[in-house]
Write a protein that binds this ligand. Sequence first.
Ligand SMILES: NC(=O)c1ccc[n+]([C@@H]2O[C@H](COP(=O)([O-])OP(=O)(O)OC[C@H]3O[C@@H](n4cnc5c(N)ncnc54)[C@H](OP(=O)(O)O)[C@@H]3O)[C@@H](O)[C@H]2O)c1
Length: 263
Amino acid sequence: MIKVEKDFVQNMFSVRGKVALVTGATGALGGAVAKAYGYQGAKVVMTARNTSKLKELEAEFKAEGIECATIAADPGVVAEVKKAIEFVVATYGELNILAVCHGYNNPKGILEQSVEEWQTIMDADLKSVYIVCRAAAEQMVSQGKGGKIVVTSSARSKMGMKGYTGYCASKGGCDLMIQSMAIDLAPYHINVNTINPTVFRSELTEWMFDPESAVYQNFLKRLPIGRLGEVQDFVGMATFLASPASDFLTGGNYDATGGYWSN
Ligand SMILES: NC(=O)c1ccc[n+]([C@@H]2O[C@H](COP(=O)([O-])OP(=O)(O)OC[C@H]3O[C@@H](n4cnc5c(N)ncnc54)[C@H](OP(=O)(O)O)[C@@H]3O)[C@@H](O)[C@H]2O)c1
């Protein structure tokens, strides 16, 4: 008898009924992940620092029948993150999925960037990820039911770029930190993985999508899939890594680059 359970296979990509916290929810990727989880029947708590953008999202999602709530918090401030986790538990009873989707960059050459500016990038893209993951893991461990942590890293975690000493270092650190975290949390059945995207459409990257631009043309030379990413391209991996289908996967850095990493 082949040991594949019908019930498992038929529901393995489901996040229905799960409680998810999404950081950077007001951003392009965070908003897409939050909406995708919500469309699939998860209860979604969205967080970012900007309250008014969060409230707009909450209204939009609720109008679509998504069960959701919002809380403003800076992912780099321990006390604010603690409050956000307490809010999730007070609102929906538990926390099952953490999707880390916040981030920041301020590209400058090493000779132009101050140490303080570099540190700001490291804090926004690495220290804050540690703070949020640690707080979520504590909550998940206390519940004793495992959990899923999905962190948005970058294709830049494994390759340098002009003006990116802060960003590449933070994302490279993020990949290794998540691998170590995965080992620490495996005994508690908490899976920790990163998604590593190349360019996806956002307010900041919109200009790169101009087909006439040299940047776009250059990217396409390295992109076998023939186009840059749309946010909808991101949500499949974010769901997979939050669902039972990925129960055996932990400490992974998953390619969401349209083949850029292979080329
Ligand atoms: N889009 C891409 O092409 C791409 C490619 C590779 C990797 N990524 C990574 O994917 C993640 C999301 O990117 P995105 O394109 O969705 O970004 P985005 O649209 O610019 O949104 C960024 C989000 O992070 C929050 N944020 C901004 N600065 C922050 C800071 N200093 N500290 C904490 N939170 C901050 C923002 O909300 P508040 O300002 O309200 O807090 C917002 O919700 C980031 O980690 C990014 O590095 C994106």
